[in-house]
Design a protein around this ligand. Structure first.
Ligand SMILES: C[S@@+](CC[C@H](N)C(=O)[O-])C[C@H]1O[C@@H](n2cnc3c(N)ncnc32)[C@H](O)[C@@H]1O
Length: 268
């Protein structure tokens, strides 16, 4: 039996819509990072923690008919959504946890992984496996959180409680919302050469894409946090009131958590 805890955020229709909206807000960053990493036509790519395949579709368009994209995810629900899509390249799905998957030797030109490492526990064995699975000279592109900077103005005690609860929620399941900041050591120990660390933050008021992105998350998850004992009922009430006021205030500002591109290469 797998020792990996079930995916923290669920595999339901609401999460499917949230992932799609999230991809809409952040897809340009994935594309820019893949450009800088030199991923292009004919490449063999692994989309690690592919979920329902939103990035996979972009990866398939990038590598084209002469390339190939393998999506890996532990969820049979996401597998069904992944396999229901059309792709511009041949694709394969591996239904497995990352920890248990056999990824073979020197198969991929690129391994891409977005918002997955923050759910993983021990990174060293995973990274050693990924290095082996890359061809010499192949590139690992990770996009994940250094969970700092996330804030709202005017300040909101309810929002701050929700952020504290989010961090505790990840950590309680063995994940790490600061994972991007902790990657250099495990990457070096696993034989990667670090090429780039590039942080990104987005900001906007209640009508902005970044606000709508978090609006699809927090109003639901504060209830999950209350059930898990990570927020009090009073904190949830404050959150609801303050969040609604922020959404209506044209001068309010929400800053996203920092999302970091980490690009590392298997030496050639
Ligand atoms: C936040 S979603 C991101 C999905 C996709 N990468 C994207 O950017 O839209 C995280 C995904 O990682 C998968 N996941 C988390 N931990 C995993 C593990 N240990 N093994 C395999 N998949 C995992 C989940 O099932 C989920 O689909």
């Amino acid at each position: 039996m797998s020792e990996t805890p079930e995916y923290l955020l669920g595999t339901n229709d609401r999460e499917l819509q949230r992932l799609e909206a999230q991809h809409g807000v952040w897809s340009d960053l994935a594309s820019d990072a893949l450009d800088r990493a030199g991923v292009g036509p004919g490449d063999m790519v692994l989309d690690l923690g592919a979920g329902p395949g939103f990035v996979t579709r972009d990866l398939a368009a990038r590598v084209g008919a002469t390339g190939h994209v393998t999506g890996l995810d532990e969820s049979p629900v996401w597998r069904a959504a992944f396999e229901a899509r059309d792709y511009a390249a041949p694709v394969t799905f591996i239904e497995s946890t990352i920890e248990e998957a056999d990824l073979g030797e020197a198969r991929f030109d690129c391994i891409f992984s977005r918002w997955v490492f923050s759910f993983l526990g021990d990174l060293d064995p995973v990274l050693a496996k990924l290095r082996r699975a890359l061809k010499p000279g192949g590139v690992l592109v990770i996009q994940d959180y250094n969970h700092e900077g996330v804030s709202v103005f005017p300040e909101s005690a309810g929002f701050e409680a929700a952020i504290r609860a989010t961090r505790a929620f990840y950590r309680g399941a063995g994940g790490d919302p600061w994972v991007a900041a902790r990657l250099p050591g495990p990457l070096r120990r696993s034989g990667f050469e670090l090429e780039e660390i590039r942080p990104h933050v987005r900001a906007g008021n209640g009508e902005s894409p970044v606000f709508r992105w978090l609006d699809a998350f927090f109003p639901t998850f504060v209830r999950t946090y209350a059930e898990a004992g990570l927020m009090s009922e009073e904190e949830v009430e404050s959150f609801d009131e303050e969040w609604a006021a922020l959404a209506r205030n044209p001068d309010a500002l929400l800053f996203s958590p920092m999302i970091v591109d980490v690009i590392a290469r298997r030496p050639g």
